[in-house]
Design a protein around this ligand. Structure first.
Ligand SMILES: Cc1cc2nc3c(=O)[nH]c(=O)nc-3n(C[C@H](O)[C@H](O)[C@H](O)COP(=O)(O)O)c2cc1C
Length: 243
């Protein structure tokens, strides 16, 4: 495949957070749909895909959602709005889904590698994702990690916070794929975490285990929508070479 780094560079540089979209330029649904297809292709922890993407299409719901984004310009002027949601609570369903995909591809007895794949979703995922009110499972997980890690490198399983971080990391990668896709289509976006999560969750009828990762407004950006130069801390300050 030819080197596409130049093209990628132009897309990465094209994407800026824009907080004021042109009200006269709509964003075709096809562009959002393609960007959502790209979001789905994001790398994600154990391919568990504990995420959902709520494309807010009704004008009334969009208005409500913009108010829940605290009236930010990036939401009130957005032509399209997508809410990125984590669904750690769906872990059993997703583990089963992955297990079934592997199983489907095995006509007879699984070989060693296939068995490892099946065990991953049947045994390891419950260990990573299961939780209980009193935190006993977290204690067990930590104990397993401490003992398992005494002699050799071992995956350090944690508690609820670690589980939340896992699903939020993956969901944010999906959001980035989405925003880069929007930039590639020559439109603009703005990710937002400034919102009333309680109200957004209620409006989307989400269960307790769901969390709002970010809300992304999309439109044709304007000059006023870019608040300034793209300042970044110096490369040398954040990139550490370990020689
Ligand atoms: C998780 C996340 C949450 C953000 N929340 C908001 C927000 O609520 N409102 C806003 O105007 N910008 C928000 N931003 C945009 C950042 O301010 C912006 O990405 C940063 O200033 C860098 O600018 P750039 O995106 O143009 O490169 C958010 C960005 C991220 C990644």
């Amino acid at each position: 495949m030819e080197n596409k780094q130049g093209l990628f560079d132009s897309i990465v540089n094209r994407r800026r957070s824009n907080r004021r979209f042109n009200p006269d330029i709509p964003v075709p649904d096809a562009i959002i749909e393609t960007a959502l297809q790209h979001a789905i292709l994001a790398p994600n922890s154990s391919n568990m895909q504990c995420w959902e993407f709520y494309w807010i299409r009704s004008a009334e719901e969009k208005k409500k959602m913009a108010a829940y984004c605290l009236g930010q310009g990036a939401a009130t002027t957005a032509q399209q709005l997508v809410v990125f949601v984590t669904r750690a609570d769906l872990w059993k369903k997703r583990a089963r889904w992955n297990y079934d995909r592997i199983k489907e591809g095995i006509p007879g007895e699984p070989n060693k590698l296939q068995k490892r794949g099946l065990d991953y979703y049947k045994k390891l995922m419950p260990l990573a994702y299961a939780s209980d009110w009193l935190g006993f499972l977290t204690l067990i997980r930590r104990a397993i990690s401490v003992f398992g890690g005494l002699q050799k490198p071992f995956m350090r399983f944690g508690g609820k916070a670690d589980q939340r971080i896992t699903v939020h990391k993956s969901c944010a990668l999906a959001a980035e794929n989405f925003m880069l896709s929007i930039a590639a289509a020559d439109f603009d976006s703005c990710p937002m975490e400034g919102f009333d999560a309680v109200r957004v969750k209620k409006a989307l009828n989400l269960p307790r285990g769901a969390e709002i990762n970010m809300i992304v407004g999309v439109g044709k950006g304007t000059e006023q929508g870019v608040w300034g130069p793209r300042n970044r801390v110096a490369f040398e300050e954040v990139v550490k070479t370990i020689d």
